[in-house]
Design a protein around this ligand. Structure first.
Ligand code: CA
Length: 228
């Protein structure tokens, strides 16, 4: 999951970025409303976390502009004051949810999970599953055939990306864009390296291979019986 974080207070930005990264998100942090629009245009995000009080262009106007451009990325607004007005104006501008500062990281992560459940193709459940492979987005646990599999944060993120659209071939670029932020997404073989690690953990020890390679295109995960 890749997040755009728009918050001009460096202390809060650093805290939130670190917390999100620990939870497996790839995070690009920007510090004003105009930058936010540029980055939202240039990359594809799973979530945008948008403060209301920002330099250049405030969060409400930035959100309105995103929606005007047809960008449907879920937006979580951060507001300093818990006033009904702020909330209503934020939601009217096209935000999907809001969170009042100060907030606990745990609360922010819970809101983000709820938002991605609301907008994903598999609503209601926190579990993504293909065959006997299960990934729980709430606990970050991965199991295959009931056996717990330990994963590094980025391995988990690549697997989650594939499992969110079972059967669909995702290009390396699409996977990388969801898993790495702008600063680290540069080496072209990084996705291949992580896919290799994933195969070693979730496929090799089990009978049936789930991760597929479409040569020259990308990767998918599926339960059908084509040979790989
Ligand atoms: Ca601010």
């Amino acid at each position: 999951m890749r997040a755009l974080l728009v918050e001009d207070e460096r202390r809060i930005s650093t805290y939130v970025k670190r917390g999100l990264e620990e939870a497996g998100y790839a995070v690009d942090a920007v510090y004003d409303g105009r930058e936010a629009l540029d980055w939202a245009d240039a990359a594809s995000y799973d979530i945008i976390i948008l403060d209301i009080l920002l330099p250049e262009l405030d969060g409400i106007s930035a959100c309105r502009e995103l929606r005007r451009r047809g960008d449907r990325t879920p937006v979580l607004m951060l507001t300093a004051r818990d006033t009904v007005d702020d909330r209503v104006v934020g939601l009217d501008a096209g935000a999907d949810d809001y969170l009042v500062k100060p907030f606990a990281m745990k609360e922010l992560l819970a809101r983000l999970r709820a938002l991605s459940r609301r907008t994903s193709e598999q609503p209601e459940s926190s579990v993504l599953q293909v065959a006997d492979l299960r990934l729980d987005t709430r606990t970050h646990q991965v199991r295959r055939a009931g056996k717990r599999i330990e994963m590094a944060a980025k391995e988990y993120a690549v697997l989650e990306c594939l499992l969110r659209e079972p059967g669909r071939v995702l290009t390396r670029t699409v996977i990388a864009e969801h898993v790495w932020n702008y600063d680290t997404f540069s080496q072209s073989n990084v996705v291949d390296v992580y896919i290799r690690n994933l195969r070693r953990k979730i496929d090799d020890p089990f009978g049936k291979k789930l991760i597929r390679t479409l040569r020259g295109v990308g990767y998918s995960i599926s339960d059908d019986d084509e040979t790989n």
